[in-house]
Design a protein around this ligand. Structure first.
Ligand code: TRP
Length: 446
């Protein structure tokens, strides 16, 4: 496939698209429950360190490959490795990324479906005057209802694929422009509410008093995986967006802005959620249901709570929508690069992902006790292995390609920095990001 001449319509549009990919369930749903399951402050600290040392430089590497290649991930890698005179096998990295996003999207769509359910529930007033235990019980009942879950999962998949089918850029930019700031506003309101709860002090202590004794290998691995997941790095999905990045935009600046915002959103939702957890005596290790139990409780205590709750789930849905579009893009781009029509590619990929998603739906009822690796059911498996193992492997390989294989001039110009800035980036990636990721991955395997 030839070079693409399409570009994001403005610098802002590129940043918004990458923010749209980054901010999603990872920040608002996964970050709080992972923090809860992994000992609180220890996880938070590691997550921030990994975002800065691994996530950021590798995000630059990934987008830079896309910008230098100006093609879909597999073709960009093939083209650049030919230019660099290195093995053409690098292109399989694009396929590996597509496989990773395939499995991530399969559960992402199911959980986004939960937001649809809660959006409808809050419009219906289902959570009015409900106690925390009642809200918890109705969430458990919902999980036991595969038909309702399948309906929502189907709806979300259709939403995602209908945008991907027409090409990512038409509607997405405008939607992002309006919706994302509103989401941050609601999170700020939630944060303000959290300050007034009894649990606020404890939540802050629990999140921010570093407890190094809680750190073990699995906490380290989970925090590393989450850093990749939340930044959308390691699956060549941002590479696909980099292909449309204007040539004169500074990549490090854009990426830094996105990463800081991403951390801020996660912190805000963590503070809000754990304030509720501690003020209502809920369990921080609740797991994937954490957000769906705590937030309705929080909002029910705010004046006009149902309206806020409905608005929150609607905006969350937009945030997850822009993330899922990003997850689908590399797979669809791969087929389009092989001559498929976009609409057909989206229909095929969407159907396959949907089918695999059904296994996640059933993991809460009939397949609950069907275990795959150790004691994980399918949902536990897909929410763990692709984010925590596949993404770091992908990110590692992407970084090796960018920092060791690409010719220096090509890399520096795609990164859009001065020679000195390039040297700093290269040293960090070569001698910190790559070895650190490798050490964590290898020690977990052993
Ligand atoms: N970062 C998104 C979130 O936090 C999820 C996501 C979007 C993603 N695109 C990705 C994860 C690509 C891995 C790879 O919700």
């Amino acid at each position: 496939m030839n070079e693409t001449f399409e570009r994001w319509q403005s610098r802002r549009a590129f940043i918004l698209a990458v923010t749209g990919a980054a901010v999603g369930l990872g920040n608002i749903w996964r970050f709080p429950y992972m923090t809860g399951e992994n000992g609180g402050s220890a996880f938070l600290l590691l997550y921030i360190v990994f975002v800065l040392l691994l996530g950021l430089p590798m995000m630059m590497a990934e987008i830079m490959i896309g910008r230098a290649g100006r093609r879909s991930p597999m073709q960009a890698l093939a083209f650049l490795s030919e230019e660099a005179g290195v093995t053409p096998h690098w292109r399989w990295l694009g396929l590996f990324g597509a496989i990773t996003t395939f499995f991530i999207l399969s559960f992402y769509s199911v959980v986004s479906g939960w937001s649809i359910e809660y959006l409808i529930g809050s419009v219906n007033g289902d959570f009015v005057a409900q106690s925390a235990p009642q809200i918890g019980a109705s969430f458990d009942a919902f999980l036991l209802d595969p038909l309702r879950m399948t309906f929502n999962h189907t709806l979300f998949m259709l939403l995602t694929m209908s945008v991907v089918a027409v090409g990512i850029k038409s509607g997405l930019e405008k939607l992002n422009n309006v919706m994302m700031p509103l989401l941050y506003l609601i999170l700020l309101v939630l944060g303000g509410y959290a300050v007034t709860t009894d649990g606020f002090g404890e939540a802050i202590r629990w999140l921010f008093t570093p407890d190094l004794s809680a750190i073990n290998l699995s906490v380290v691995l989970n925090a590393m995986g989450h850093a990749f997941f939340t930044l959308a790095v390691g699956a060549c999905a941002l590479m696909a967006y980099g292909a449309y990045m204007p040539s004169d935009q500074s990549l490090p600046k854009a990426v830094l802005a996105v990463a800081l915002l991403d951390i801020a959103v996660a912190l805000l939702s963590g503070i809000a959620i754990f304030s509720v957890v501690f003020s209502h005596g809920l369990d921080p290790t609740e797991g994937p249901g954490l957000m769906f139990v705590t937030l309705p409780v929080a909002f029910s205590e705010l004046p006009g709570g149902q309206i806020w709750l409905g608005a929150f789930f609607m905006l969350l849905l937009v945030a997850t929508w822009t993330s899922s579009i990003n997850l689908a893009e590399p797979m669809v781009a791969m087929l389009v690069g092989r001559g498929w029509r976009r609409g057909r590619a989206a229909a095929l990929i969407g159907s396959l992902v949907w089918l695999v998603g059904l296994l996640s739906v059933l993991s809460f009822s009939s397949l609950k006790d069907v275990h795959w690796l150790g004691d994980m059911n399918f949902f536990a498996l897909v929410t763990t292995v692709p984010p925590d193992i596949f993404l770091p492997i992908g990110g590692l390989l992407i970084a090796v390609f960018a920092a060791w294989q690409m010719p220096k001039e090509a890399a520096a110009s795609a990164l859009g920095v001065s020679p000195a800035g390039f040297a700093v980036w290269q040293v960090v990636v070569r001698y910190i990001s790559i070895p650190l990721t490798a050490v964590v991955l290898l020690s977990s395997v052993i």
